[in-house]
Write a protein that binds this ligand. Sequence first.
Ligand code: HEM
Length: 392
Amino acid sequence: MFSFDPYSPAIDADPFPYYKTLRDEYPCFWSPEAEMWILSRYADIVSAGQNAEIYSSASGNLMTELPGRAGATLGTTDAPRHDRLRALVQHAFMKRNLEGLTEPIRAIARDAAESLRGQKQFDFITEFSSKFTVRVLIAALGLPTGTEATVSEATVRDKAVLMVQSDPVTRAKGPEHIAAYNWMQDYAAGVIKERRANPRNDLISHFSTAEIDGDRLDEREVLLTTTTLIMAGIESLGGFMSMFAVNMAEFADARRQCVANPALLVDAVEESLRFNTSAQRFRRRLMTDVTLHGQTMKQGDFVCLAYGSGNRDERQYPNPDVYDIGRKPRGHLGFGGGVHACLGSAIARLAIKIAFEEFHKVFPDYERAQQQLAWMPSSTFRSPLQLVLSVG
Ligand code: HEM
């Protein structure tokens, strides 16, 4: 008897055979363990993303939601509130202007890679991607740094990661996850206060003062949006970078091509977002009954959109289990899709490309030193807790 529990640690280790069975035999599957429907085919997930009035995010989009987020942030609201929040935050992203971040990001990547020069083996996550992502987010968002900082970069990063994790066994949010979320809100409140008093060219300054036709974000919206951006930015970017490093270590030919011609990193990143995105599964709630593949899902039911499965759907991508940097997978779901598609995709693409250009200058050749990876306890995201690389 087939079962699929998205909260099970076995799924983290290798979700792909489960996804294949779901797509082929149970494309609209009721998981009694998770008490939700699982949609696994590309076309169904895309359609759900495009029909947000039916597939609502307002009850929370994380598979295990944090208290107080539902109905209040970009990822957890529906139109018209979501349209308004998104327009105001997008406005801030435009004002911050990505071009201006290119050189700071390169300097951060170069420093992080150079600090490892001469080492033979290290944990890519603690020694490179964590340091890199938190510094990039500090630069983009405008979090305090240097003598202005009252807490360390490592603390901000650790709290962001804890926020997306769940208890490894129950998959519920434990006291430490809730405490990290509360900590992050207090931290964000302090930064917002300071940036409102002394605005600069950074995202927090821009969106805490953003105004369209006289409309501004209110206090709670600014606070929860900042908290979400810190979490989404640090965790998603760091998690995906480690998945990308897993691919580059495993598919040595692809890596050699990227080392020889760094422009190919753009294609390799897109293929990795398709092949094994860190953002595997998100949740929606039905606003009306929907019948799909002979199953009737009821209004109020929860539905899991398994982006990681849609990306491996043979109905959309030929030979989906082959990692091919020449594929150029249009319309992949690595950043989700529809009205809630990732707002940070442009900065994420830029940051990852620069990070690996600089990393490969110092370390053109590497492989995984561990046979088995231990996975982060999360039913939404999938990335390793540790990734030890042997460099040669
Ligand atoms: C490679 C790294 C990243 C991946 C794989 C990723 C993935 C995703 C996915 C799949 C969604 C859709 C969630 C849903 O369907 O409910 C999403 C939404 C979002 N992401 Fe990202 N993300 C990344 C980086 C970032 C960064 C760096 C930021 C911010 C600086 C960010 C901010 C957001 C926000 C604000 C949303 C909500 C958008 C909305 O609901 O309108 N993400 N991301």
